[in-house]
Ligand binder design. Structure first.
Ligand code: TYM
Length: 335
């Protein structure tokens, strides 16, 4: 039996932060040698909220370069850009027509994001999860490694699969139901300025997140200003101390230490000493990624080549699934 297939992606909106890294990319890197992996830069999702056309292409390249810099290895993984494979948009349309509107209206992320968009909220934002389902289903992915916030979108994807196969499969599974892969630690990294809110690219405050490409000065400043509490000693898992839990978790993930090791090392520390330790650890562990990123992004030709090859490999699989779906739905294929 061949390897199971993985698909996941990140939007090219703004900088990648530690939430994206620990919730998604770091896990992709750790498991990649055991799977057949497809990692896309989801640039069609990036336009579901107002975007800047002047930077979209550049941001898309930057995310692809970051995948490589974080350790995605082309021996095991294929990297491509979502908009380069037109089957994504086409399958999204077909799935739109079998997805009940109220399923989409129930999505938490839609409800949260629509508030920010007010009157001008676009159809694309509502439809975001159907396009995400198309991304996954085109590759017949077995597993989808994501952060906790994407769990509901994956449940919706599975519901769409059941509905499609039931309506059109004639007893066969035309499309495969994917399983979410959500790790316990790092699945929900919280904001530096409020330990009860998710670290997010769309938070207006830069101080709320550490980006993978932040300079040493920026990291120092952000950790210096981050929210703490007035209680002596540092502990995980105290629901009254969300910031303490979050900062210890970030330290644990950056340092690669276990929870017990971190508790033993930091339990009696004062905030000032801990912040120093966290700052040093963050700077040192992000530095190799930043150096690799600088190398990759400087070689545009190399990146172009990788994305061209990725597109070819991805399109081959995606077009086959699209054809199967269309035939199941009763379309005739062009001769
Ligand atoms: P995006 O770009 O918003 O997020 C990319 C990945 O980062 C995870 N993530 C977090 N994990 C932990 N803590 C956080 N604070 C945090 N913030 C973000 C997200 O869960 C995600 O795994 N809808 C997807 C993009 C997508 C996709 C797909 C993913 C489009 N098609 C197909 C998988 C499969 C998203 O959230 O992008």
């Amino acid at each position: 039996m061949g390897r199971q297939r993985i698909l996941s992606g990140v939007q090219p909106t703004g900088n990648l932060h530690l939430g994206n890294y620990f919730g998604a990319i770091r896990n992709w890197v750790e498991i990649q040698s055991q799977y057949d992996n497809y990692y896309c830069v989801v640039d069609l999702h990036a336009i579901t909220v107002p975007h800047n056309p002047a930077t979209l292409a550049q941001d898309t390249y930057a995310i692809a370069a970051l995948y490589l810099a974080c350790g995605i290895d082309l021996q095991y993984s294929t990297i491509f850009v979502q908009s380069h494979v037109s089957a994504h948009s086409e399958l999204a349309w077909l799935l739109n027509c079998i997805t009940p509107l109220n399923w989409l209206e129930d999505m938490i992320q839609f409800k949260e994001k629509r508030i920010k968009q007010g009157e001008s909220v676009g159809m694309g934002l509502l439809d975001y999860p159907v396009l995400m389902a198309a991304d996954i289903l085109l590759y017949q992915a077995d597993k989808v490694p994501v952060g906790e916030d994407q769990k509901q979108h994956l449940e919706l994807t599975r519901d769409i699969v059941d509905r499609f196969n039931h309506q059109f499969g004639k007893g066969k599974k035309v499309i495969k139901s994917p399983e979410p892969m959500i790790r316990k630690d790092g699945a929900r990294v919280m904001s530096l300025t409020d330990g009860t809110r998710k670290m997010s690219k769309s938070d207006p405050s830069e101080l709320s997140r550490i980006n993978i490409l932040d300079s040493a000065d920026e990291i120092t400043k952000k950790i210096k200003k981050c929210k703490t509490d007035p209680i002596a000693g540092l502990t995980f898992d105290d629901s009254e101390r969300p910031e303490c839990h979050n900062l210890l978790t970030i330290y644990m993930l950056l340092s690669g230490k276990t929870k017990d090791e971190v508790t033993a090392e930091c339990g009696d520390m004062r905030w000032g000493d801990f912040k120093k330790l966290l700052t040093e650890t963050a700077i040192n562990s992000l530095q190799p990624i930043q150096e690799k990123y600088a190398e990759v992004i400087a070689e545009k030709g190399y990146l172009d080549e990788i994305l061209r090859e990725g597109r070819q490999k991805a399109a081959e699989i995606a077009n086959q699934t699209l054809e199967d779906v269309k035939v199941a739905m009763g379309y005739s294929l062009p001769m």
